[in-house]
Each structure stands twice: as C-alpha cells, then as structure tokens.
Ligand binder design. Structure first.
Ligand SMILES: [Zn+2]
Length: 126
C-alpha cells in the first residue's frame, strides 16, 4: 500500500515538474568530452587511419582484391624487395600449396596451374 502511494506521488511529481532540456551530447575533445579515435591517435595508428581515409592500404590490412590470374589480369603481389615467394593454391579444394619465387619484371606463371602473377614494388610508409 505504501509503495503504491509512493509510486503515485512520484508519477505526479514527474508529470508536473518539467525538467530542463538536456544539453546535446558531444564527444569532441574541444567540447570537453571524450576524444574520438581520430583525435587521440598518434604515431603509426594515425598514419594508418589517415591512409585508410585516403583509400590506401599501406600495411595490407584489408582483404586483397581478386584478380582473374590471366595474362591480362594477373594476380598482383606487392613486395618490398626484388623477389618474393608465392604460394598458389591452384584449385579451391587443393590441400597442397605450390610455392615458387616471383621476380620483378614480367608476370610469371604458376608451374602447376599456369595462373599469372606479377610483382609490384611496395614501399612501407615509414
Ligand atoms: Zn597454381
């Protein structure tokens, strides 16, 4: 009984007194709120966030693009040196990987399935 009376009076009190409008929430550091990821990132994290905004993927963090593997559309393999070891899963269900060296220059073919691979130079941003 007492609880019901308390609830009723609390409901009336809430109905009659109007609360001041709440100020708009702001996360920005300039507004004194919690800084966003862009505002608090420094160093390598900031470099990566800036590059991703520009549509670049300097550390190959995103899913690689798919290529047909033909002579006209070879698989592009980025490398920071003049050669790189490539593993080709020739068919989707294969359990063995065919490994071979890919060198700078013309596109090379997988010795097993014949897919074309082309190495492109890739520079890390630091
Ligand atoms: Zn292959």
């Amino acid at each position: 009984m007492a609880a019901r009376l308390f609830l009723r009076s609390a409901f009336r009190a809430a109905k009659t007194c109007r609360a001041a409008p709440a100020p708009a929430l702001s996360r920005g550091m300039a507004a004194g709120g919690i800084p966003t990821d862009e505002e608090q990132a420094t160093g390598m994290e900031k470099i990566i966030m800036t590059a991703l905004k520009d549509g670049k993927d300097p550390y190959s963090m995103l899913k690689p693009k798919e290529y047909a593997g033909s002579k006209e559309d070879p698989h592009v393999v980025p490398s920071i040196t003049s050669q790189r070891i490539v593993g080709c899963v020739c068919e989707e269900d294969n359990t063995a990987v065919v490994w071979f060296w890919l060198h700078e220059g013309e596109a090379q073919r997988c010795p097993s399935c014949g897919s074309h691979y082309k190495m492109v130079s890739h520079e890390l941003p630091h």
